[in-house]
Design a protein around this ligand. Structure first.
Ligand code: MN
Length: 320
């Protein structure tokens, strides 16, 4: 049985090697554990060996992790109003943790076979129609119209008005026409705009389009562009999972101050703008769906992703 001093030593060693967020997490966890185990004034070392934690910081299965943060108020008990602020907007990740995968990467790498099949079939048809060069030009344009619309909405939500330079293109004018009524009338009290979010325990991150009140609930909002109408939620493919993953990250991200987000968020809105200017589609992801279905699905995709990473590492070792 070890003494408290030994524990302190290994703790210090552990803390030296951890990042700031992880430090706070481990500190709290380990001290709690020590304090709960006094036995005739002899303190037991936590059952998790510190050295083990240093070399294997990743949790293998996330199935027990809740989307909610127990230290934050739940949506139903949070105040209706939140003091308005200048929204936070940091869209560049710090250099130090580049190995943390993004939500988009996880979803792309673990795309279900049926979706992948449809995507490949669509690509082949497009290449037959436009040719290889034509198709890559089409893809670049799709990316560019998304980028321009996101920049325009971000500028508007930050309170800087509509950016005229971005509105100079006809396609962006149409997209803005499609979406502006919803953005103006339904979104208020904006908290985050194109902001980085990181889940410190589940080890993933992303850039959330917007966190704001949609009508009277604080939600995660994602904007999309489309050519053809998205008639049902299925046509959004993995988008609900992406929004859900952001909810989990925001709830647990220690870098988001309490005055910016004071409660757990577990519902989202996906707003699809159309290039012909027709009225945008709005898909609301209910709290019930997010907590019970999408979160579980996201966890299983993240588990699958980390298993794939392990396989990759092992096969690299073998071929070396
Ligand atoms: Mn988006």
């Amino acid at each position: 049985m070890n003494t408290l001093r030994t524990t302190e030593k290994s703790l210090a060693l552990l803390l030296k090697t951890r990042s700031h967020h992880q430090k706070r997490f481990f500190q709290r966890k380990t001290f709690d554990h020590i304090l709960k185990c006094p036995r005739n004034n002899v303190y037991r070392v936590p059952t998790i060996k510190c050295q083990e934690v240093v070399t294997k910081p990743q949790i293998r299965s996330f199935s027990d992790i809740s989307i909610l943060n127990p230290e934050r108020a739940n949506p139903e008990e949070a105040a209706k109003e939140l003091k308005p602020i200048v929204p936070l907007s940091i869209s560049r990740f710090p250099k130090r943790n580049l190995d943390v995968p993004s939500v988009t990467k996880v979803l792309q790498d673990t795309m279900p076979a049926a979706s992948r099949f449809l995507l490949e079939r669509w690509k082949e048809a497009m290449i037959r129609k436009l040719g290889v060069q034509g198709f890559s030009k089409y893809q670049a344009e799709t990316f560019e119209r998304g980028r321009l619309l996101h920049a325009l909405i971000a500028s508007y939500l930050m309170g800087r008005g509509e950016n005229q330079a971005e509105l100079s293109k006809e396609i962006v004018q149409n997209l803005w026409k499609s979406i502006q009524t919803v953005v103006r009338d339904k979104i208020s009290n904006v908290r985050l705009v194109e902001h980085i979010v990181t889940h410190p325990k589940m080890n993933y991150r992303g850039i959330v389009d917007c966190v704001a009140f949609f009508e009277d609930e604080l939600v995660v909002i994602d904007f999309k562009t489309a050519e053809k109408p998205k008639k049902n939620i299925e046509s959004l493919y993995d988008n609900p999972l992406q929004v859900t993953a952001y909810c989990g990250a925001i709830n647990n991200d220690l870098a988001i101050p309490q005055h910016v987000v004071d409660r757990n968020i577990c519902s989202g809105v996906v707003i699809v703008a159309y290039i012909d200017g027709s009225e945008a589609s709005v898909y609301q992801l209910s709290r019930e769906k997010v907590v019970n279905d999408y979160w579980k699905e996201w966890i299983s995709r993240l588990d699958q992703f980390s298993r794939m990473q392990d396989l990759k590492k092992n096969s690299e070792k073998l071929t070396r």
